[in-house]
Design a protein around this ligand. Structure first.
Ligand code: EPU
Length: 439
């Protein structure tokens, strides 16, 4: 039986919220543990469904994962016996393709099911595969699986890889693979995201030699082996930004703790432009309020350091409450406006034309039953529910559980009227996440 959120809107959020570790940094860092027989200890992992899925993948491959504390994993991949990520896992979480680079580099072979399309677009991995070929791998497609093999001596060769498009997990996959290749690899037009830098930091602690992460050119000097390391995952910049939006929308006042303001600079800049007051209290805390209401402004999503696509849906909700007309351009994914039709059902005035959304605000939203289609779309529906009059029922909240840690509990602590409900007459509320994820 699926779970839903029931939200009664209208409460101004007040208080302090702590930001969890970044899911999109934790996932590649967990994959990095496959590069070494020694133990990798990761701290500050967010307690979200995708991390549980990635853990399951590592364990299926033969790694052992100990959890001395809820947010710490000790991963040891000295006994990897399987070199494949099955369709069952890849279809639930595309980031499982991050196993490809490490398996190929350390064991000389890997088989990963090819992810199909998903709710936000076709999302191919052709750039990952072309990159592996540049490192000397032979890549074939067999019955829906990518089968990759290193050259005969089992080791990839350092090379130059030019990405025709900026790809975050593509950059990470190649970086992971190149650490164990023979010689030097240079990645051109690499992604600059903080998650790429976090992965490079971990790899360097493992003994790798990665320089330039955080710029468009990354150089990796390959090594024969890598060792164990301890690493603390960076704070989640999308969760940080989502709470900034929640404070602004509800005209509340929030202190957002344990975040990295520098990683959300583009969001802070844009939100200040539309009327949100954001002060840096100290290097890891922000104070947010919105005393004078919101003004409309156009926005375009871009790779980092531009405005992130993972905040586009939440920005659209802000625009429904802002005075004036705004145009939102989604340049990263071709089909990432699924939330728009749900917001329209709540009374928002939005027109979609291809990758462009036009929003007319402000409109007073009214609560309605709505359907979550992907992770960030669901976050936008929660935000809309917080400002809508009456009751909003969000179905398929397993999407939000993939990437936001205890979002309803964090919001409740700030005064929101939100609860997780289970549509069953007999069963009690589950204590943990439901055992289904279908994205
Ligand atoms: N692309 C290709 N070929 C490839 C790879 C990407 O054409 O081989 C295209 C994609 O289809 C897309 C664009 O390049 O149009 C950028 O995709 P990218 O590869 O950067 O996305 P990703 O690595 O699959 C990560 C995040 C996403 C986030 C995007 C963009 C992880 C695990 N996922 O995805 O996060 O939206 O970067 O910033 O890091 C989320 O957390 O909700 C989420 C979807």
């Amino acid at each position: 039986m699926g779970e839903k959120f029931r939200i009664s809107g209208g409460q101004a959020l007040k208080g302090r919220v702590e930001i969890s570790g970044a899911k999109n940094s934790a996932l590649p860092c967990m994959a990095a543990a496959l590069l070494t027989p020694e133990t990798i200890t990761l701290h500050n992992l967010p307690y979200v469904r995708d991390i549980i899925t990635q853990r399951r993948l590592l364990e299926d491959l033969g790694a052992t994962v100990l959890t001395p504390e809820l947010r710490t994993h000790k991963i040891n991949a000295s006994n990897v016996e399987l070199f494949e990520a099955p369709y069952e896992l890849v279809k639930t979480m595309r980031a499982s393709v991050l196993a490809l680079g490490p398996l190929l580099a350390r064991f000389g072979k890997a088989k990963v099911s090819l992810p199909g399309g998903c709710a936000i677009g076709t999302r191919p991995i052709d750039l990952h595969l072309a990159g592996f070929e540049r490192l000397g791998a032979e890549v074939r497609l067999e019955a829906g699986n990518v089968v990759a093999r290193a050259p005969r001596d089992g080791r990839l060769r350092g090379s130059e890889v030019h990405f025709s498009k900026v790809t975050v997990t593509g950059t990470e996959n190649l970086m992971l693979a190149a650490t164990l290749a023979k010689g030097r690899t240079t990645l051109y037009n690499a992604a600059w995201e903080p998650e790429v830098v976090d992965l490079a930091d971990l790899l360097n602690k493992m003994g790798a030699r990665v320089i330039g992460a955080g710029t468009s050119t990354i150089e990796i000097q390959g090594d024969e082996e890598l060792g164990g390391a301890q690493h603390t995952i960076i704070p989640d910049r999308v969760e940080t930004s989502t709470f900034i939006a929640a404070a602004a929308l509800t005209r509340g006042e929030l202190e957002i703790k344990d975040c990295m303001p520098g990683h959300v600079a583009a969001v802070i800049k844009k939100l200040r432009e539309i009327g949100v007051e954001i002060n840096e209290l100290n290097p890891t805390s922000l104070q947010v309020s919105c005393p004078d209401g919101l003004k409309a402004s156009d926005m375009i999503t871009e790779p980092y350091p531009g405005f992130p696509t993972d905040m586009q849906a939440q920005y659209m909700v802000l625009m429904t409450q802002a005075k004036g007309h705004s145009v939102i351009n989604e340049t990263i994914f071709e089909n990432r406006f699924m939330h728009a039709s749900e917001l329209q059902r709540m009374g928002a005035r939005i027109q979609i034309d291809g990758r462009t959304a036009r929003v007319n605000g402000p409109t007073s939203l009214t609560g309605a039953p709505v359907l979550a289609s992907d992770l960030r779309a669901s976050a936008s529906l929660v935000l809309a529910g917080l400002v809508a009059q009456g009751q909003t029922l969000i179905d398929r909240v397993y999407h939000i559980d993939r990437g936001y840690e205890r979002i309803e509990a964090k919001l409740q602590e700030l005064g929101a009227d939100i609860e997780r409900i289970r549509e069953s007459v007999t069963g009690p509320l589950p204590q943990s996440f439901p055992d289904i994820v279908t994205a």
